[in-house]
Design a binder for this molecule. Sequence first.
Ligand SMILES: CC(C)(COP(=O)(O)OP(=O)(O)OC[C@H]1O[C@@H](n2cnc3c(N)ncnc32)[C@H](O)[C@@H]1OP(=O)(O)O)[C@@H](O)C(=O)NCCC(=O)NCCS
Length: 169
Amino acid sequence: MEIVTARLTLRRPAPADTDAIFAIHHDPQACLHNPSDLLATRADADDLFRRWDEHWRRHSFGYWVVRNRETGAIVGFSGVKVVRFRDREVLNLFYRFAPHAWGNGFATEVATAIVVWAGENLPDWTILARVRPQNHASQKVALNAGLTRAPHLDEPGEDGPDQMYTMRW
Ligand SMILES: CC(C)(COP(=O)(O)OP(=O)(O)OC[C@H]1O[C@@H](n2cnc3c(N)ncnc32)[C@H](O)[C@@H]1OP(=O)(O)O)[C@@H](O)C(=O)NCCC(=O)NCCS
């Protein structure tokens, strides 16, 4: 399954993408607000790929590899994952890009395409984004993609307080 946007392509991760998974998740800048996501070793990236792949096997969707259509280079990862939140199964919206690719509107372009895709393919599902209070870029991406700030759902996350953004809650 592939999603194509104006400047980017999204496709299911393959084992060969593990180097890029490691490169981006081993970069402290890319995990600044979510240090629990920082990967220490290449073996950790193998594990993360396996978890992403298992989600794809179970649900036929998950996190996509995002490539620049012009250069073919991997610029990041984004997608939705089924998680349990307050006794509901919801879609957790995720995006993480390589710092060199920031500031081009890529996250907004991708998150918007994924939210549209979910609306067409998983129309009954709530979408949730958990964002750290100081992660202003991520907050903007959630809003740009059409989610709404939901302060009544805020709760502690793995790295401290999380602010919630939702669609169809
Ligand atoms: C969050 C992230 C995905 C944004 O990626 P990006 O491609 O640079 O985002 P965009 O270019 O679409 O920018 C989105 C908006 O944030 C704004 N923005 C970017 N960096 C910002 C910053 N440091 N502070 C405030 N706003 C910022 C942009 O100006 C843009 O605003 P606009 O919609 O008014 O034009 C990227 O910074 C990233 O990968 N961060 C590390 C991983 C992460 O934190 N993921 C989210 C976990 S909840």
